[in-house]
Design a protein around this ligand. Structure first.
Ligand code: NAP
Length: 248
């Protein structure tokens, strides 16, 4: 076996939002580095497609809607002790504040903030996080420069960034690390579901110093760094991966 501090050999990693985009890429790339995956998402067909692309043996697929407490509980029941958790599932939302309705608040907060908090709490309570394990939350760069219409999304992403630091602080004595990743715009189905035309997206990509949006695997590789022993002294950190967009 050649030297590789980024190896995930022997690690079991739980990834939410693995039926699409960044979560799918994260699961696939983790499997290439030797991890055993437990993947979840709502759409069973797309989750199955991810599952079929995983390398190696012993992976588990379990579908569920993380807005439902019952679904979270039944997913958690199927977990074995974990070396890594990637709370990545999330939905976008673009609405001026005056048009926000209660059910949208529940949906966006439920998917992006409340479910990762409940999952983390349950994993800690049920002692499903091994000593030396690593938790990663997918946040965003959106809330670093607030734009009109993004209040709900940006608020959930700011909150999950800070929740990550509290987890890092509380769990450090157990040698459990926690960090967040902050992608700029990444080529996934999510960005094509928003209010932007394809022409507007093309224009937006030119604003990035590297003149393009990210690819899902470029976020997966950052997540792999945080899951692996290569980041064993990194906790409570917010890792920006954005083609230079927010550099000062
Ligand atoms: P995506 O392709 O739309 O994938 C989102 C994933 O989250 C899907 O697997 C989806 O499941 C899952 N999901 C959403 N709500 C869920 C719920 N209530 N229960 C269970 N699963 C749920 O989007 P993506 O771009 O990969 O986004 C992944 C994460 O990155 C999100 O948290 C997003 O906010 C964040 N992010 C994305 C970008 C970007 O530009 N793409 C930038 C910054 C941050 P189903 O498809 O099966 O319903």
């Amino acid at each position: 076996m050649s030297y590789n501090p980024y190896s995930l050999e022997g690690k079991t990693v739980f990834v939410t939002g693995a039926s699409s985009g960044i979560g799918r890429s994260t699961a696939i790339e983790c499997s290439k580095l030797g991890a055993k995956l437990i993947i979840t998402g709502r759409n069973i067909e797309r989750l199955q497609q991810t599952f079929e692309r995983l390398e190696g043996e012993g992976h588990i697929l379990v579908a569920g809607d993380l807005i439902s407490k019952d679904d979270i509980n039944s997913i958690i029941k199927q977990l074995s002790p974990l070396d890594g958790v990637v709370c990545n599932a999330g939905i976008p939302n673009t609405l001026p504040i005056q048009f926000i309705k209660d059910d949208v608040i529940q949906e966006v907060f439920g998917s992006n903030l409340i479910s990762p908090i409940i999952i983390t709490k349950e994993l800690i309570k049920k002692k499903l996080l091994k000593s030396g394990s690593s938790i990663i939350f997918t946040s965003s760069i959106g809330h670093y420069r607030p734009t009109s219409g993004n209040s709900l999304y940006g608020t959930t992403k700011a909150a999950i960034e800070y929740f990550s630091k509290y987890v890092a602080k509380e769990m450090a004595s157990k040698k459990i690390r926690c960090n967040s990743v902050h992608p700029g715009m990444v080529e996934t189905p999510l960005i094509h579901r928003g209010n932007f035309t394809e022409a507007q997206l093309e224009e937006d990509a030119k604003r990035y110093p590297l003149k393009r949006f990210g690819r899902p695997e470029e976020i997966a590789w950052a997540i792999i760094y945080l899951l692996s022993d290569a980041s064993s002294w990194v906790t409570g950190h917010s890792l920006v991966i954005d083609g230079g967009m927010t550099m000062r």
